[in-house]
Design a protein around this ligand. Structure first.
Ligand code: SF4
Length: 61
């Protein structure tokens, strides 16, 4: 199952992932992207590609 992993050291809270994710997987909490619905991820990689800080990797396990 695909799921995104956020590197909190790189995340600047831009919220681009939240905006581009078609499945509402992310919320911004305390200025960082949090994966709140990992099971909804369809592995489209929009978050990974569009994050301006390269803070997201989508893994498939
Ligand atoms: S890979 Fe796609 S569906 Fe999964 S969290 Fe990223 S934007 Fe959302």
């Amino acid at each position: 199952m695909p799921r995104p992993i956020v590197d909190e050291k790189k995340c600047k809270g831009s919220a681009v992932c939240k905006e581009v994710c078609p499945m509402n997987v992310f919320e911004i909490i305390d200025g960082k992207a949090k994966v709140v619905k990992p099971k909804e991820c369809i592995g489209c990689r929009a978050c990974e590609v569009q994050c301006p800080n390269q803070a997201i990797k989508v893994v498939d396990d």
